[in-house]
Design a protein around this ligand. Structure first.
Ligand code: FES
Length: 72
């Protein structure tokens, strides 16, 4: 889905930036010009960043728990 119409940036591109370590809109903007024109996409971009970063953290936590359970 397009998040930023001004620069044709999709949620997939934003999630990829999060996968590469970005955790804030400013950090994503180092890789993509999202919210760099009219700014109307900023709130949605932040939500994509937050939800994807939270999902990645939960995946890491689940992997850790599985590793601990397996070690016992
Ligand atoms: S829609 Fe993203 S800067 Fe305009």
């Amino acid at each position: 889905m397009y998040v930023c119409i001004c620069h044709s940036i999709t949620d997939r591109q934003i999630r990829r930036a999060v996968d590469q370590g970005a955790r804030t809109l400013s950090e994503v903007q180092r890789q993509l010009p999202v919210a760099a024109c009219c700014g109307r996409c900023a709130a949605v971009a932040r939500e994509v960043i937050r939800s994807h970063a939270d999902g990645a953290a939960q995946d890491r936590e689940a992997s850790y728990c599985a590793a601990v359970a397996f070690a016992r």
